[in-house]
Design a protein around this ligand. Structure first.
Ligand code: WQD
Length: 439
């Protein structure tokens, strides 16, 4: 670990080489933040870091500006090594005697391995390390990590149903230990990657979802078959261990903030992140088999998958296919920068606050397919099949709170998403037998 002896502030991005994480790291650099990326590469590649660096380098070169620092540690965020990472991104000083003197041997033990002792800044010239008569020194540690964005969670709804313990261990237990460590190092500006999944059955209510709607208050909604149903608030109403893990994490964060209002925590509820950076070198490139609509369509476009299954054509929607709020990943990334800035500027109205990050506009699955077909200039074979377990017919964000408090709104359209997805995908096409395949 490089032992920094400066006071340079960093934003730590946990899971920073994933799909949303990598786009957020890029936007952080462009907003002049120094970034420390933590990623265990379980669902990403180190090459993503080089792609982010290449895009950022070109961006800053074009503006004749020097690029902020970009550091990377390949690490499971639950690892015991996280402590030494945080210790090495702290600044230390020896202060005058206080009511809790720190014997020098404790000072040395508290410093990260290899810390250059000479770098200890003395906050009180009255301290002479070698003079026994000097007042007992006290070690002060201040983290240079001024904010944390936490993406590191497993996110497959279907997989979470098959492997609930793995999801609760990583998504919930891991986060509890991580938050305890952050608290120990005084790092209390925390941005949490949450999800519209926390709205559970309420997402089917056919109206844009307000932050309070459905999660904590009983609400009724008319289901697609016309039946009025009450939303089961909270964990019971959620459709998967993945969704419950996100709800549990939000509840844990709310409890922390209630116990210690010096925390500043924002939980950003993503709707359907899609698209990728315009360069075409940064996109959704998971190690695991994709299940989300756009990455699956991309596999059909590349010829990896022969046909797209459309899950359900009998929803109470304009064309019978489900409606979702598809938000461009770059807009989503910028929502994180807006949350950090709003938190630092004191515009986040409570120590814990949730925000919907969506466009506020819904599109049907069939509209997405049509848009991608038009952009790629080729037909996407589809097969209409039954509904997928856990799906809801309508899920669109109410985005007023994010617009007002974070001064943020999504700007890119579905067409922008299609152009960027195709730009990223077309370089991955398989040779095709039929003549109309042009990649
Ligand atoms: C969108 C629509 C499918 C694939 C999930 C998670 C959610 C969040 C975003 C993390 C649905 C239909 C899909 C396919 C299809 N992830 N579809 N054929 O289910 O809205 O949300 O991803 O936070 O937590 O639940 O997204 O892209 O899987 O599906 O017809 O091959 O596309 O039925 O109506 P979803 P999705």
């Amino acid at each position: 670990l490089d032992i920094a002896t400066t006071n340079t502030p960093f934003i730590m991005v946990v899971g920073g080489l994933g799909y949303i994480g990598s786009h957020t790291v890029l936007e952080l650099l462009k907003a002049n933040y120094n970034v420390l990326v933590i990623d265990d590469l379980s669902n990403s590649y180190e090459s993503v870091l080089h792609r982010v660096k290449a895009i950022a380098t070109e961006h800053f070169a074009s503006q004749d500006r020097s690029m902020p620092a970009l550091h990377f540690r390949q690490l499971d965020y639950r690892s015991a090594c996280m402590r030494s990472v945080l210790a090495s991104y702290s600044s230390y000083s020896i202060g005058a005697k206080s009511d809790v003197p720190t014997p020098m041997e404790d000072v040395v033990r508290a410093l990260p391995r290899g810390f250059p002792f000479s770098a200890l800044q003395r906050t009180d010239s009255g301290i002479d390390m070698d003079d026994d008569a000097s007042p007992e020194p006290v070690l002060r540690r201040e983290s240079r990590i001024t904010g944390v964005i936490h993406f590191a969670a497993y996110k497959s709804v279907e997989e979470s149903i098959r492997q609930p313990l793995r999801y609760y261990s990583n998504n919930v237990c891991g986060m509890v230990d991580f938050l305890s460590l952050l608290e120990e190092f005084g790092i209390k500006n925390f941005v949490f990657s949450s999800s519209a999944t926390v709205y559970g059955e309420g997402a089917n209510c056919g109206v844009p979802l307000r932050e309070e709607l459905c999660v904590h208050h009983p609400e009724t909604f008319v289901d697609s078959d016309g039946t009025e149903r009450q939303v089961i608030p909270g964990v019971l109403g959620l459709t998967s261990p993945y969704g419950r893990s996100k709800f549990m994490c939000e509840s844990i964060l709310a409890d922390i903030a209630r116990s210690d209002p010096t925390w500043s925590i924002t939980a950003l509820r993503y709707f359907n992140p899609v698209g990728c950076h315009e360069s075409g070198i940064l996109g959704e490139d998971p190690r695991q088999k994709p299940s989300n609509l756009i990455p699956v369509v991309a596999t059909v476009l590349t010829g990896t998958k022969p046909v797209l299954d459309i899950f359900g054509t009998d929803w109470n929607t304009p064309d019978g296919t489900a409606v979702r709020d598809f938000i461009h990943v770059v807009d989503l990334a910028r929502g994180h920068i807006a949350a950090l800035a709003a938190s630092a500027a004191g515009r986040v109205k409570a120590p814990f606050r949730t925000y919907n990050l969506g466009t506020g506009r819904g599109h049907t699955v069939r509209e997405v397919v049509t848009s991608l077909q038009a952009t790629a200039g080729r037909t996407i074979p589809v097969r209409e099949v039954g509904r997928r377990a856990g799906d809801v017919g309508f899920c669109v964000a109410e985005v007023g709170r994010a617009e007002t408090e974070l001064s943020w709104r999504a700007e890119k359209t579905l067409a922008d998403c299609s152009v960027d997805v195709w730009n990223f995908t077309k370089g991955r096409c398989q040779p095709q037998s039929h003549d109309d395949m042009v990649c």
